[in-house]
Structure formats: structure tokens, C-alpha cells
Design a protein around this ligand. Structure first.
Ligand code: 13P
Length: 251
């Protein structure tokens, strides 16, 4: 694989200052020097603390959401990409299925947020995925193509130059039931082919990572697919040991 592997943790609404500090100092103590790209995406209130704690460790920090608005203004409770960039965030997750399902994020909103992330110099980790009903109704490819093409059509090549695509089947998130390595590889190959239809160079270089119940004991087999470039890890990213085991399997 010519692409560098990427393992990103998504802490979701978990953690505390004590857990942030413990994660950062434990990670540094391991002295791990991995050849893959690494990031942890923590709640906004802990971003700066994690950025400071992980300074020099080789692990980047990302947010889990941002506003689609790029200009400052009357948007109570929102945070824009410029603010995230200012404190040292490198990545931002966009369109996680929990945000699509619980906070009404449509493909249109996902496109606006992807553009806003790019405008602020952040690398968007754009999430797409089908539900169990959609998979059972044989709609997986149609659903994923719609979600992916919204972003490919809605953003310019320049806005997409640093984007990471995360395939997260909704039925595999937090369920302990990950996609099989064959299922993940088949979908990733399909997504890469969709991108290649528009831009062969982008298809070759883009990191397409898998998310959904990735654990130390299934990571290596999931990463065996040639189009699977790493993982977006929920629960197993909260502990340094399991996060590192997954990262080691990816490189
Ligand atoms: P789990 O690894 O806990 O299944 O979560 C996956 C996920 O949603 C990462 O964004």
C-alpha cells in the first residue's frame, strides 16, 4: 500500500480532564514512534488540553464537529473551523452517523461543513455509512454513493485535497459487531472506484478508513484489505493500550 495508514480515535461524549491528562502522559511514556498517521478527536472543551498534552508525541488532535459557517457571527453554541485551527486542531470529523441520525445533519450540511473545514485548513474526516435495514435491502452501494457523491459534487478539487473518507456502517458502531474484513474491503474498493471515476489521482492517494467496533483483536484482519487504510475507532480509543495496539496493526 503506497498510502500511509491512519488511525483516529473518536472519544464521542466521553472523557474528563483527568482522562485527557492520563491519556497524553501514558502515550508519551510508551515512547511509541509509529509510522502511521495518528489522531484523537475529543470533546471541544478538552481539545486544547489534549493538544498541549500530546505535543511532540506524533499524535494529532481533531474535533468531532464544526459549524458550516465560516464567518464569525450570531450562531450561539457553534464553533467554526478557524477557531479549531487557531488552537492547533489538525482534523475534524464531519457527518458522523450519530450527528446525521440525532442532529439532523443532511448531505447538504455535510458538504457545507466539509467546505468550512477545508477553508480553515483542517483535514475533514467525512463519515458515510448504511444502516442495517439499508444493507439488508441491498441498498448499501446506492446509499454510500449518494453520501459520497454529495461531497464530491459539492466541493472543489482543492477543498478535497486533504480529505479523509471514513466508512462506518451504522450497524457496526458500538455494537461489538464489526464488518467482516471481506465486507469492509468490498465497500472500500467500491468507494475508491467511485472516486476514481472523477479523479484517479485522488482515488489513489485518499485514505479510506473503516469504523465500527474496531478492537485490538480484529484490527489486523480488517486492515488486511488493500483498500482499508486504517480505522476510526470509538470505544477502543479511550485507552492508550488498545489505541496503540490498533495503531501497531495498521502500520
Ligand atoms: P466504536 O469503535 O465504539 O464502534 O465506534 C465507532 C465510531 O463510531 C467511530 O467514529
Amino acid at each position: 500500500m503506497s498510502r500511509i495508514a491512519f488511525v483516529a480515535g473518536n472519544w464521542k461524549m466521553n472523557g474528563s480532564l483527568a482522562k485527557v491528562d492520563a491519556f497524553a502522559s501514558e502515550f508519551k511514556q510508551t515512547g511509541a514512534d509509529l509510522s502511521c498517521d495518528l489522531a484523537v478527536c475529543v470533546p471541544n472543551v478538552y481539545l486544547q488540553r489534549m493538544i498541549e498534552g500530546l505535543d511532540g508525541s506524533g499524535v494529532a488532535v481533531g474535533a468531532q464537529n464544526l459549524s458550516g459557517e465560516t464567518e464569525p457571527g450570531a450562531f450561539t453554541g457553534e464553533i467554526n473551523g478557524t477557531m479549531l485551527g487557531e488552537i492547533g486542531c489538525k482534523y475534524v470529523i464531519v457527518g458522523h452517523s450519530e450527528r446525521r441520525a440525532m442532529y439532523g445533519e443532511t448531505d447538504e450540511i455535510v458538504v457545507a461543513k466539509t467546505k468550512a473545514a477545508a477553508a480553515a485548513g483542517l483535514q475533514p474526516i467525512v463519515c458515510i455509512g448504511e444502516t442495517l435495514e439499508q444493507r439488508e435491502a441491498d441498498q448499501t452501494e446506492t446509499v454510500l454513493a449518494t453520501q459520497l457523491n454529495a461531497v464530491l459534487n459539492g466541493c472543489s478539487a482543492d477543498e478535497l485535497k486533504d480529505f479523509v473518507l471514513a466508512y462506518e456502517p451504522v450497524w457496526a458502531i458500538g455494537t461489538g459487531r464489526s464488518a467482516t474484513p471481506e465486507q469492509a474491503q468490498a465497500v472500500h474498493a467500491f468507494l475508491r472506484a467511485q472516486i476514481a471515476d472523477r479523479d484517479a489521482t485522488m482515488a489513489d492517494s485518499i485514505q479510506i478508513i473503516y469504523g465500527g467496533s474496531v478492537k485490538p483483536d480484529n484490527a489486523a484482519e480488517i486492515f488486511s484489505g488493500k483498500d482499508v487504510d486504517g480505522a476510526l475507532v470509538g470505544g477502543a480509543s479511550l485507552k492508550v493500550e488498545s489505541f496503540l495496539d490498533i495503531a501497531r496493526a495498521a502500520q
